[in-house]
Every structure is written in structure tokens, then in C-alpha cells.
Ligand binder design. Sequence first.
Ligand SMILES: Nc1ncnc2c1ncn2[C@@H]1O[C@H](COP(=O)(O)OS(=O)(=O)O)[C@@H](OP(=O)(O)O)[C@H]1O
Length: 317
Amino acid sequence: MAVVPLQLSYSASPARAVCANVAARVPLKTVGRISTNAICSKEWFLFRDLRLRLQITSKAAASEASPLQVEHLVKKAREHRLQHLEEQALWVLREIVNSYQTPAFPCALIAGDVVILDLLSKLDYLKNGRVKVIFIDTFHLFPESYTFLDLMERRYGFKSHVFHAADVKDKKEYVSKFGSDLFITDIDKYDRICKVEPFSRSLDTLKVDAMINGRRRDHGAERAHLEVVEDGARAKVQPLAYWEFRDVWDYLEKNGVPYHPLHDQGYPSVGDVQSTLPVPKDQWFEYGGERSGRFQGLKNKDGSDKTECGIHVGGPQ
Ligand SMILES: Nc1ncnc2c1ncn2[C@@H]1O[C@H](COP(=O)(O)OS(=O)(=O)O)[C@@H](OP(=O)(O)O)[C@H]1O
């Protein structure tokens, strides 16, 4: 620990020697003012008997807070931040529900989506059906996603509207019609059949006029300038646009909200089995870290790395 010079004041001259000793020996991180009206001794070992009071008096002192105070300040600042973000997200959702006829939330069940479910539930929009929840069964999801959906439906008292590829009854029929490796042989066709078309159809079928989603600015460059609402024939609503991934986890922890079991197996985001990989935990909270395990090794037609499935980029507006 660094020895920091102290600004001293003293009321009696014998204290001078003690104070000099204090300045020389006390390993304080804080710049402060020591005043004493006690009887002083020249001997250092008697120093502990003096009634010394440490007063933080200068701006310098304030900026050199002890490690404990710094931790406390950061914790408090994060609490205030989360409180503000939550109020703002609730306000956005309320405004949307008051302004649109049929808002809906396509939910992929990842951490941010679960925050939105919890916020919608706080406003009672799930139980009273004011906001419909859409779930796209791509036929390529992790088994845990189905059980987690069931858990969330029971917890919040809603039933999601499930959509999947058109003109097939189930995965078996899908495989017999398109094969089991369409996502390798023709990724664009796979996206169209299993994601974009069912997604688009779900919005049309339910006559959705405002689509709530969990996109955030810190997801990556494509989303860096997102606002909480984008206008259009169908409004896009991003109540968590200004949140960071850390805020999402702070919220889940603070509110005791269950989250997708695959997060505990190292997956920061969860989509299809073939396009989702675990990511080392220390990368989760870097810019773009949440989605860094998505679409790994997959390329767009133009050869660029795939970062979106097309639902929100060039997908239904
Ligand atoms: N299974 C499922 N059901 C309903 N809605 C879903 C589903 N998967 C993705 N989405 C919606 O698509 C948004 C983008 O998700 P992704 O880019 O992760 O794509 S995908 O998972 O590969 O489809 C995603 O945005 P978020 O709300 O940020 O998750 C949802 O709006």
C-alpha cells in the first residue's frame, strides 16, 4: 500500500513530532486532515493512544477513496443504473401496449428475453394476454429449450403461440421433405423455411402491429445504434436496447428469475443446436460477446461471417 502524504493540523506543538511520524509511517491511501487535541508524545508507540480524527477534507481526498469505498460506489452506481433501466423498459412496454392493438413478443428464451418476460409479467401483460408470446420451433432447437419454455409458461401464466415450417406436421415430416442437413447444403433456404417464413407468418396470423424483441446495442456492430422503438408498418420494440449483458444478469439475479439451463453449461446465447457454441465466461461480457458463440463457422452467400439468421435483417418488417 502506498504511503500518501497527509495534510496535518495540530493544536499543540508536541503533536508536531507525532504528526510528522504519522506522515512518514502511516500507510494510508487517503489524503486527509488529522487534528488532535490530545496530549502528544514523541514516541511512535504512544501514537495509538492519541485521539486522532481523520477527516476527508479535500477534493483530492474524495477522489482517492479507499478500495472498500470504491467497491461500494460501483455497487451503488450499478444499482441505480439497473433501477433506471428497469423503469425505462417498463415505461416503453406500457407506452407500446397503450398505443398498439396487438403487440407480441417473439421469444427465443435467452437471458434478455427472460428479462422481458419478467417485465411483461410485472405489468400483468402475460396473464391478461395483452402481449402475445410467439415461439418459433425451428425443429433444430436444444431439448432444454422446450422444457424451459414449459417452465416459463407455468411460472408466468401464459401460453405461447408456436409456429414452425409450413406444410409439414412435425420434424419427421420436415426431414423427409428437406433432409436433415439443409442448414449445411443451403443455409439461406434453411433460414427461410425454418425461421424467417414461420416468423413472418406468425406476425401476420396474429396481426401483430408492434413486435417486442430483446435486441441490444451491445450485441454487435449491426445493432450498435438501436433505439427502443423503430417505426414502420410494424413497430419494432427493443425495451432493452440500452442495456448491457451485465445488466441482464444483474436483473435476473436481483429478481430471482430462472434462466435457460444451457447458460450454466457455458452458452451465453442459445439458438439452434448447429449454430450455437459455448463461449469462455470471460468473453461473455465483452462487446458482442453474448452472440459470439452463434453461427460459428457459418457464412453468408457473399462470404462474410454470418451473424444474423435473417429474422431481423431483411426479414419481416
Ligand atoms: N425460437 C424463437 N422463437 C421466437 N422468436 C425467436 C426465436 N429465435 C429467435 N427469435 C427471434 O429472432 C430474434 C433474433 O434471434 P437470433 O438472431 O438469435 O436468430 S436465431 O435464433 O438464429 O433465429 C430474436 O431476438 P431476441 O429477442 O433478441 O432473442 C427473437 O426476436
